[in-house]
Design a protein around this ligand. Sequence first.
Ligand code: GLU
Length: 721
Amino acid sequence: MKMKIVGSILSLIAIFSTTTPISATEGMWIPSMIKSLVSDDMAAMGMKISAEELYAINQSSVKDAVVHFNGGCTSVLVSDKGLLLTNHHCGYSRIQAHSSLENNYLKDGFWAANHDAELENPDMTATIIKEIRDVTSEILKDLPADATEVERAAMIKTQTEKIVAEATEGSHYSAYIRPFYYGNQFLLFINEEYKDIRLVGAPPSSIGKYGFDTDNWVWPRHTGDFSVFRIYADKDNKPAEYSEDNVPFKPNYHLPVSLDGVDENDFTLVYGFPGRTENYITGNNVEEVLEVINPLRLAMREASLGVIDKGMAGSELTKIQYAAKQSRISNAYKKWIGQSKGLIRHRAVAKKDSLENVFQDRVRDNEEWNEKYGSLLLEMSSLDVQLKPHNISRDYFIEFYYMGPEILRFSGGFNELVEMSKNKNVPDEEIEAWVKERLGKLGYFKNYDAQVDEDIMKAQIRHFLDGQPPLLFTIKLKDKKESLNEFVDRIYEETIFDDEAKLKDFLEGYKRNDYKKIEKDLAFAFSKRISDYYYDQTRPKMMNYVPTQDSLMRVWMSALMEVIPEKTYYPDANGTLRITFGKVEGYSPFDGADYLHYTTLEGVIAKEDPTNPEYNLPGKLKELYEEKDYGQYADESGEMRVCFIASNHTSGGNSGSPVFNDKGELIGLNFDRTWESTMSDIMFNPTICRNITVDIRYVLFIMDKFAGAGHLVEEMDLVKG
Ligand code: GLU
């Protein structure tokens, strides 16, 4: 399909900067653009520091202390020795990786007494953004007005490679370019990526994850969701792989930490890397999420969580092995439930529909718009109809292959060996090297329980196959009488991919022709059938629609800005650095109830339930509470505050984000949203959308008074008054 590029980029930028921002707190703003877009609004809400103090490239600024944590979460530098704070749930898989039955850091916490005791984390990154540059006109400068979507994509790719190469030439920086406003704008991010990140401290899960799944996404909340890492650099303060010779990184800027706490209506600013939002999708799209996508994901996860939770309740070892996996699965599971509730209760479909009606009415009344956009919404909804079965197929595939029984992905990884072995041009040495490398990765089994895995497959397989009707008929059941359960039994009886010893034996004696044995392995064969079906059938079909979808969304975005200019338009989250602003405020969750904006240690103690593992508490914390031994971390009335809520527009990826007060001092770490707020990934509602922050005073109190790690607090610049 050929779609004209509507309007010039310059006129769009003009729209971005003349749009009147709403006074509410919706929006995730690009730091390099806040000056022109929203700094007046932030100042009106109480911000006292300037846009330049938040983001600058020729001098140090707050942005230098905001660190992308392993590409998924956010973290913040709080000392001149590279000390990094993030959430407990962001450090969780690392804490888990260092845990064993003997040294159970998940359960008991971990505190390095000195630099030598800090723990190395292979393959981790911490990325600091050096500069954000608008490269829209460079990217699109040679694009003919009548270019097709395919030509456009090719041009973007070529220009991106060129600009990234130029921006990083002769330096140790890396760079990427991301589209904004659905491809109406392109920004270049130049980054410094650190690779030696060590674990410094973590509270026990009974503090860092207190309330576990029951409290996740819920307010009032009592979780001390933080962990502590440190960035190391080489002797020149440059990024380097792990080495004993590395030294603590000296950042350009680290944040002062406030002991003042917050009051209701105080200004709050969250600086971080929100992952993904879809605030401009249509009513039809929201309907699909509510009626099809969320229900199917929930059914798949309910099935696997039933198995994992039972396994973890029955064994300490399984509890350690599956802790991180369980959290990953249940976190999104619970989020989607809240999202659907919020979207339904706040009538998101009707609101989106009414916006589309306003759009359509205005377009109809304007000849020029009518010509450009008259059929836009119709084209979008016809595309939705065509895409829907493929979306369903894709989501079932993701839930089964990537989030379900691990044997599928694990055995699927051996396809590379099969292909290499079959290919006569691949020398034996290369195959030997591959096998050797794989033998070094058998640590995978440390966190694997074949029985749990088999039970997950049994619990999910029927749902999955129902979602992929043609695939069901191609599954080779032994004879027609074999049930799906028996089929799964057979997989795990026959396979070598669920047993470390068997697989090790097989790999150690591997000869080129043994690829046939892999091909015959039922787990491998099943995995391959599933992934081939997705990658050879579903995905290519979806890809055919991508150019049309891209162009429709791009035009929809710019058309909205043009036709309904009185609304504010911020770019959807895409894992890039953003600023959001808001204020400390409670909310009314339902008729007749009002929630306060903060919680206290008293509430932590009140929730304790020794019969429920989600609400166990360490004795030391109870002692500190009894003695009211809060030191300088108590509030003015002598209470220990734990968490607070505010109206910042945040998303996944904002986990671990620093929360600042009006003076740019650290007051907490963002870690969650209230349940119905999760609708904000699709539609922000200022009356109920609240982000949840752990009060920095609780973080410091736990480090200092609870864990005896006061030396870490001493590294920081504490400010009061
Ligand atoms: N707690 C959330 C998560 O783990 C992150 C923050 C959010 O989504 O608001 O995904």
